[in-house]
Ligand binder design. Structure first.
Ligand code: NDP
Ligand code: 2IT
Length: 451
């Protein structure tokens, strides 16, 4: 049995159904870093892996709030503070009915290595709630956020743990959370990132993850000797923060993004997505994607249930580059086969862990350029760190400055990951490259800081 199998066997005991996504994320990392563990026994001697896969603490709390019908509602809130070897805990909050401890452990674990890859001084964390902001009034969202922060404020701080957005948490939610934190603690500090610009947010934070994923892809394509994105058909899933801004940057570069999705269906607009309409539907009206075809009857809307189980319409559209930007495990091995048969050249993960392990194996074995989430979507958290720097120095950076620094960061990550893969004998494998580079950075800090 190899070192990876040994380690995985030890961890399997804690693998209950809720932990399956956490286990999936860990397993990938363990296989990737096996050559590093074998090449230097200090990581085993210091039990770095055993320490890294256990969060520093998991905070779980009750959130009660009153809805607009004067009914009392009860939700569960969480913050998983995973690792602060490189800096204060940092990572988003997810509000979605599917949220549980296992999902937040997977996201927090990924965040440690992602944040390490940015090269910035930030540790890893994730949090959220099973609260569903969909269909709620602004007032209900505000009341939920206030109640959530009443508990969370005890555990966070500008130098302790700095939450941000994720699925279901955008500028509106961050604003309400910030307002409550300020009220309870009587402090005005950069305790959350993704704030609206008017009270301490960074320009370009909303755009950062999507733009960053596209910048990453351009660098990866160049490093791998492939043609750039200009003029190429691209497919994108999701219709939220990450997807909308990936589409926007693709359009800036002259590429043709032709799709987007939400939890109910897929839009395929062969002439290119109408971004202004999409933003109006999703950001202003918070409407279903089905509404898109009212403005563009020639586009196709494919409801989720009209597609065979385990496959997704969006990945059956021929494209040069694919950008899964919705949620975990949204791109299966069936989808991967469809993309490969249709001639895909690159796949970039804007979402966290959107491709299943089998799908990733297929991409790698077919030499598709594959940008894994923890490297490719690190632009969001990188600009969050820029927001922290601006807050700490009471300054404001221009859009151009943030954009330039974001681009530079994404290019550096892609090059570092590619170089690490080459150094460890797996040239072109950005999954192994990202896992080894991120792990090594955190592990060396953990060893230097003692137990
Ligand atoms: P949003 O809430 O803005 O948008 C999420 C999108 O994904 C929506 O279109 C939503 O559709 C769809 N979606 C969510 N859950 C599901 C599901 N179970 N099945 C199908 N579709 C689903 O979130 P973000 O754009 O911020 O996040 C998208 C992904 O990117 C997540 O994986 C997140 O962790 C990751 N990410 C986000 C960053 C950020 O800065 N925001 C940074 C790095 C990664 P519907 O509205 O119908 O639910
Ligand atoms: O998954 C992610 O990187 C995020 N949701 C953003 C985290 C952050 O702190 O900006």
């Amino acid at each position: 049995m190899g070192i990876a199998e040994d380690e995985i066997k030890k961890l399997e005991n804690g693998n209950c159904a809720e932990n399956s996504v956490f286990f999936q994320a860990m397993e990938e990392v363990i296989y990737s870093i096996a050559p590093l563990l074998e090449s230097d026994d200090k990581y085993k001697r210091h039990a770095v892996l055993e320490r890294l896969v256990v969060p520093d603490r998991i905070i779980k709390f009750k959130v009660t709030w009153m809805d607009d019908k004067q009914q009392i509602q009860v939700n569960t809130g969480f913050r998983v503070q995973f690792n602060n070897a490189l800096g204060p805990y940092k990572g988003g909050l997810r509000f979605h009915p599917s949220v549980n401890e296992g999902i937040l452990k997977f996201l927090g674990f990924e965040q440690i290595l992602k944040n390490a890859l940015t090269g910035l001084p930030i540790g890893g964390a994730k949090g959220g709630s099973d609260f569903d902001p969909k269909g709620k009034s602004d007032f209900e969202v505000m009341k939920f956020c206030s109640s959530f922060m009443t508990e969370l404020h005890k555990y966070i701080g500008a130098r302790i743990d700095i939450p941000a957005g994720d699925i279901g948490v955008g500028a509106r939610e961050i604003g309400y959370l910030f307002g409550e934190y300020k009220k309870i603690t009587s402090t005005y500090e950069g305790v959350l990132t993704g704030k609206p610009f008017m009270f301490g947010g960074s320009l370009m934070r909303p755009e950062a993850t999507g733009y960053g994923a596209v910048y990453f892809t351009e660098t990866m394509l160049e490093l791998e000797g492939k043609e750039p994105l200009a003029g190429k058909i691209c497919t994108v899933s999701g219709a939220g923060n990450v997807a909308l801004h990936a589409i926007e940057k693709l359009q800036h570069l002259g590429a043709i993004p032709v799709s987007c999705t939400d939890s109910k269906g897929t839009i395929y607009d062969a002439r290119g997505v109408d971004l202004a309409l999409l933003k109006d539907l999703k950001l202003e009206k918070r409407a279903s994607l089905e509404e898109y075809i009212k403005g563009h009857p020639e586009a196709k809307y494919i409801p989720v249930e009209e597609y065979p189980e385990g496959a997704h319409a969006v990945w059956d559209i021929p494209c040069y580059a694919a950008f899964p930007c919705a949620t975990q495990n949204e791109l299966t091995d069936i989808d991967a086969q469809n993309l490969i048969v249709n001639g895909v050249v690159s796949v970039t993960e804007g979402a966290n862990m959107p491709s299943t392990p089998k799908a990733i194996d297929d991409f790698l074995s077919h030499k598709i350029c594959f940008g894994p989430a923890k490297a490719a979507n690190a632009g969001g958290v990188a600009v969050s760190e820029f927001e922290m720097a601006q807050n700490a120095s009471m300054s404001k950076w221009s859009f151009e400055k943030v954009d330039e620094k974001l681009k530079e960061t994404m290019q550096q990550i892609a090059k570092w990951v590619a170089l690490t893969a080459k150094d460890y004998g797996v040239e072109g494998n950005y999954v192994d490259g990202a896992n080894i580079a991120g792990f090594k950075k955190v592990a060396d800090a953990m060893i230097a800081e003692g137990i």
